[in-house]
Design a protein around this ligand. Structure first.
Ligand code: SF4
Length: 441
């Protein structure tokens, strides 16, 4: 039941508790019953517990059904229910805000931690062990970087945080409320070594924008020297290095940094391609200016479409594959805004990438939290046209990705699984596309 790899955020909480002398085990939810008779406090880390996150809302709106994350969360809570009189349940993690929207689950658990838990957990767990009544909801402040503990055990996918927070201030995003801080290089390397020793094949460097590591520039122009130093240092420990996110504005403002990282990591030689998540969000400079003007710095919102295309071109040339999100349903969005986004998607057709539209959710942890929720019924013709443009783009690139990305895969079941999935998606989309076009004809 004790897991070899755990979600990174949970490892941080585990580290904070270990450093404060707690006896803590991190176990898989499927095996938790074995531990409940001795446990006094159960901490649960959640990503999307009730299915209110943008990905779940988008896909359940389009395809129907209940998000699996919700089913898993409810399952876990049902396992805890018989022990509720003798244990305290504390829920944290990026999706914990969702419990504030649901009176039933809010009352079921003892405490909900929203925000960065590193500093608050020791005192909170001490109170829980003493049997004291806990505050129902705690909103945490961002701790200083030296107060963030180093993980003690390996994380899932070797994920390692190199920076926390973002600083660009998009009003729909949960990162807006966190200060941007860089983790010192020695701490990062300590976690890289720990993961590799613990049996992870490689590491995934995580930040809201990996290219801004060490950046102090108020206009977010990357600090090339710091980024190169980071990648070179990590590469001395492992050949398998990935990154989670980068911004298109950073790519566009320092194209050389992309080339240098590709060179250090031997992309195209040791690694066939390099995947990264990024945000396009919109093709409308009006929406950009209104909700996310910091996202395009050092450029102006009016330049956004050119910045996006330029960044996609740079990544294409360097074998980086962006998986980009678009945002639909922001308050006050017009058909004209959506049409501009469709035009931008069409401009990106020649660049190897995936583009995924997501429905805006006024998350409790973002600046637009008081705005109305976008209902499925509000999806109109232009939204469906945008969806079609994105799916056509993705289907266009699926075969290329299969051919190149899977080239290095030795695992035959994974290869066959991907091919079968790609075949199913293409077939299902052909049918659905026809239905949508007929509906709006
Ligand atoms: S740039 Fe990305 S991570 Fe940063 S605030 Fe905007 S959406 Fe959030």
């Amino acid at each position: 039941g004790v897991v070899k790899f755990a979600p990174y955020g949970l490892r941080k909480v585990e580290a904070a508790l270990i450093e404060n002398g707690f006896n803590v085990v991190t176990v898989h939810p499927y095996d938790i019953e074995k531990y409940l008779s001795n446990a006094k406090v159960v901490g649960v880390s959640v990503m999307d517990p009730l299915g209110f996150g943008p990905v779940s809302v988008t896909f359940s709106s389009l395809l129907g059904g209940t998000p699996s994350t919700r089913l898993e969360f409810v399952n876990l809570m049902e396992k805890l229910r018989p022990f509720k009189d003798k244990i305290k349940i504390i829920v944290g993690g990026p999706g914990s805000w969702q419990l504030e929207w649901d009176e039933y689950w809010k009352n079921f658990v003892d405490c909900i931690i929203i925000g960065e838990a590193d500093e608050v957990v020791p005192d909170l767990f001490r109170k829980a062990l003493r049997g004291e009544i806990l505050p129902k909801v705690i909103h945490c402040k961002s701790p200083d970087v030296e107060k963030i503990p180093t993980i003690k055990n390996p994380s899932v996918n070797g994920l390692i945080e190199i920076s926390r927070g973002c600083g660009r201030g998009c009003r729909f995003c949960s990162e807006t409320l966190k200060r941007r801080r860089d983790i010192p290089l020695n701490k990062i390397l300590e976690e890289v070594k720990l993961n590799i020793r613990g049996g992870t094949r490689g590491v995934l460097l995580h930040a809201e924008d990996v290219l801004l590591y060490g950046c102090k520039d108020p206009k977010f122009v990357p600090n090339e020297e710091k980024v190169v130093e980071l990648f070179k240092a990590v590469k001395t420990i492992t050949n398998h290095v990935g990154i989670s996110h980068c911004s298109l504005a950073a790519v566009c403002s320092k194209p050389k940094i992309v080339e240098e990282i590709s060179h250090i990591l031997e992309v195209g030689e040791k690694i066939p391609m390099f995947g990264v998540q990024t945000g396009v969000e919109t093709g409308s400079s009006r929406i950009m200016e209104k909700y996310m003007h910091g996202k395009c710095l050092p450029f102006h919102p009016n330049e956004w479409c050119d910045v996006v295309e330029q960044a996609f071109a740079i990544m294409h040339d360097n074998l980086w594959i962006p998986a980009a999100t678009l945002l639909i349903g922001l308050p006050d969005e017009t058909d004209d805004d959506i049409i501009k986004t469709i035009e931008l998607v069409e401009r990106l057709r020649d660049y190897r990438s995936l583009i995924v539209p997501l429905i805006f959710i006024p998350m409790e942890v973002c600046a637009l939290r008081r705005e109305r929720r976008f209902a499925k019924e509000s999806l109109r013709e232009t939204h469906w046209e945008l969806l079609i443009a994105c799916m056509d783009h993705d289907i266009y690139w699926v075969d290329d990705l299969e051919e190149n990305y899977l080239a290095g895969f030795k695992n035959i079941p994974v290869k066959l699984g991907y091919q079968a999935f790609a075949w199913w998606v293409k077939r299902a989309w052909k049918k659905r596309r026809g239905e949508i076009l007929k509906l709006y004809a």
